[in-house]
Design a protein around this ligand. Structure first.
Ligand SMILES: [Zn+2]
Ligand SMILES: [Zn+2]
Length: 421
């Protein structure tokens, strides 16, 4: 007994150490150290008894594919995805350095601890445990993809992988990708993402004396648009406050920069009304919203030609699937994977809250575009939502419990014999 306890403790210490070592590799943009991460992940996976393969769709951007073979290669496989990269951190604004992964009273502080380096290690450690269990006899093959560039749109990562022959050869039937932390004791699960648009609106107008009462100046035109956008934002907020929808079920339009003025060597000229003005917005659209209606609103209300305005929308990734349908995964009996997943989480002692649309965007959209069911899931209960924030941390106990959850989930998904077509 005491011996078993000791071994269990040793195992957990190792799992934590693997997590911390991964967090210390600086995979934050704009210069993610993909080479070190690839070396580390490949040797960790090898030590766990997994097959490894490195794909490279763009030079210097490795995508690591891990495989645990099932006994029936004719059955569609399972894919577990995690991105290697992170958003940057501002170290001076953190209590503990963002790449130290220090464990402070059970909290592991690091950029990427929640988003989403925990997942890669949890997948590998869960598979290590399963592979060492003689009773583990998977029917389906389980793949793990560790991908670059998610945080900058995924074009050279999951986007390229999804469109490759290598991907089609895997015959993937079901995907798990990242979700978000849950402040309650229920895990959250996501059946859709919101699609990201980067919107820039530009105004031009006659320049002139700063004292003049002007009609149709560039800044005035931009201000009118900003006011229209502010009214739209208030309308959306009112829907949430009336309890009619969650924020992630609506459109958000958030300013990310404003730019106007007449530059000079000593700064902006103070008494000239500028001839150009522009603003940038992060727009996110839930799958339930018609993108064409949104485009019309932008063209007619936010950047109307009649006020000398132009606009540019940059869409990152797909917004509809190959059949023209919104990118959503069914969470009812029409999707056989759904109940297998729910039962596995429940069997591990976890509770799931009502499936949600994720307010942000993940690589799962590339899977849903291909018609493959994909759920967003990061088993982090009782955890504040700190992705992209200062002082991102994950409790060691929460991380370790996640491994147990994946042991159950992988066991169930890989032994699911039913018809998954
Ligand atoms: Zn992120
Ligand atoms: Zn993420």
């Amino acid at each position: 007994e005491p011996d078993q306890q000791h071994q269990h403790h040793q195992q957990q210490q190792q799992q934590l150490e693997h997590f911390q070592r991964y967090l210390r590799i600086r995979t934050a943009h704009p210069h993610p150290d993909y080479a070190s991460a690839a070396d580390f992940l490949t040797s960790l996976a090898t030590s766990a008894g997994l097959e490894t393969l490195t794909l490279e769709f763009s030079p210097g951007k490795p995508l690591i594919l891990l495989t645990c073979r099932g006994s029936d290669p004719t059955l569609p496989s399972i894919l577990l995805n995690s991105h290697i990269d992170s958003v940057p951190a501002e170290p001076l604004k953190w209590l503990h350095p963002p790449f130290s992964a220090s464990n402070v009273d059970g909290r592991i502080f690091a950029r990427g601890s929640q988003d989403d380096k925990c997942l890669a290690i949890q997948y590998i450690e869960a598979l290590r445990v399963l592979k060492s269990d003689p009773s583990f006899a998977p029917l389906r093959t389980v793949h793990v993809s560790l991908v670059p560039d998610e945080e900058i749109g995924g074009r050279d990562g999951m986007g390229a992988f999804a469109n490759s022959e290598a991907f089609d050869a895997l015959n993937v039937g079901f995907v798990l990708d990242e979700g978000q932390a849950s402040p309650t004791d229920e895990f959250r699960v996501f059946y859709a993402d919101r699609s990201p648009w980067s919107l820039v609106i530009r105004a031009v107008g006659p320049p002139g004396h700063g004292a003049r009462m002007y009609d149709g100046s560039a800044a005035e035109n931009l201000m009118e648009s900003v006011e229209a956008i502010a009214r739209f934002r208030e309308e959306q907020r009112a829907v949430v406050e009336a309890g009619l929808a969650a924020p992630s079920e609506l459109v958000t339009v958030n300013p990310v920069y404003f730019k106007a003025g007449t530059p000079s060597e000593t700064g902006y000229v103070k008494n000239v009304q500028p001839s150009e003005a522009e603003a940038g917005f992060d727009v996110r659209l839930p799958p339930t919203v018609d993108p064409d209606l949104m485009k019309r609103r932008i063209a007619e209300e936010w950047a109307p030609h009649s006020r000398n305005m132009t606009y540019q929308i940059i869409q990152k990734g797909p917004i509809r699937d190959n059949a023209g349908k919104p990118l959503m995964t069914a969470t009812n009996e029409s999707n056989p994977w759904w109940s297998v997943f729910v039962q596995a989480v429940t069997a591990s002692g976890g509770k799931l809250s009502k499936p949600e649309i994720l307010s942000s965007t993940t690589d799962a959209r590339f899977m849903r575009q291909k018609g493959i069911p994909a759920l967003g899931f990061s088993p982090m209960a009782n955890t504040p939502i700190l992705l992209h924030d200062h002082n991102e941390f994950l409790k060691d106990t929460v991380f370790l419990r996640g491994i147990k959850v994946y042991e159950n989930v992988i066991r169930s998904l890989s032994s699911f014999a039913g018809n998954s077509e």
